[in-house]
Design a protein around this ligand. Sequence first.
Ligand SMILES: [Zn+2]
Length: 454
Amino acid sequence: MRHMTAHAPGRLPDDTCDRDPIWDRELETASYEQAVERASSLWDKQFVYLMERSPFYARKFREAGVGKTKVRLKEMGRLPFSTKQELKHAIDEAPPFGTNLCVPPAQVKRVYQTSGTTGAPSVLALSRADIESWTVIGTRTYFATGIHDHSSVLTTFGAGPFVAGHTHFVLSRIGSRSVPVAPGDTDRVLFGLKAGLADTLLSTPSFAQYLANRLEKSEPDPSTMELTHIVTGGEPGGGIPAIRDHIQKVLGATVTEVMGIGDIAPSLFGECPQQEGMHFCGDGHVWAELVNPETREPMMIETGAVGELVYTHLTREAMPVVRFLSGDIVRIGPSPCECGRNTFRMRVIGRRDDMFIVRGVNVYPSAILAVVGRFRPRVTGRARVIRKTADVSVPPPVPIEVEVPDGLAADAGLVEEIETAIHSALTFRSRVALVPEEVFGESGYKTRLTVDRP
Ligand SMILES: [Zn+2]
């Protein structure tokens, strides 16, 4: 992971250009006090806007006992949280855009759909100004990873109905070369990389891992391709050392990661080449809070803190949210960063929904991936927890499926070694089943970390 110690702070190892590696220097290097001041004055306006324009929030605030007097940013804790279910319900109340649409429908200029993994698809409406703010936030995010106008970027983030397609606006704003490929179209990705069309790949960590495994077998030295930078997103994994190190080693590229959340902004955090977590890139548009995942009490955003991220839009016009519980549990990284940004950094530990408890200890499936990854090349790096019931408490031994290369599924010794490693690293007993690639499924594009199988 530290193979690139000689590079200039905030720059990728091979990047010798002389442009400022920070897109919006004034805003991204501002002090915390300056950021609070900027956010406070934006929020004052946004609060009035919500009371006037959002039937959903006007009612929600009234029910929470918040009168017409302005709630300031520093008193944000008085306002109720918003959940995904509530926002979905707001849409169902008055389809297609719902009771939280704050602009006339004619001013909705772009509509994305959510994947509908938990029920029917939902919609995300953007005004012209919202399209621009998502592009601005995304541009800071991808620029932070090291993508500049001289980069050529092969992106597997589809332009279909999903918010990931907004990345295309971002790449053209940065001015980089864009080489779009449909998600999971391995042949075209391989063609593009081998032909030298791109030096940067945007993909899920699952797909990057799949690519590394495949090229490791089929190519004499895949690290000689033009590829020097891989930006992972769409799921956690790019920040897990066992996954990241393998991809970097095989493909000879630096891995950084990005994260966004559809209801807030599709690209909201970007990891700089210092590789110690993703910088918050939403300043001036989004206000982030950290809360205790169990008690929901506010926490300080400081080095080492672990909590759930909560977001409030400061400028969103069409479907703004307030204190949205993201479900993402993160650990706050060290600050300040050598790259010069003063924005906080974080690494995702897992989704609140994926967490389970074994004998009183909280477990996130990403911790299991970190252990399983050590057994490469006898494993591919993918694994998932099988949940027999909806209970958050899981009695040991915890059933875990580990993907292995075809032909290696009968290795009883490997099963025992992984079970022992999980026990010593995570202190719970597991029952590991080895599953061949062909059977594991999900095409290597995105991996669900827990699967319900009663
Ligand atoms: Zn940095």
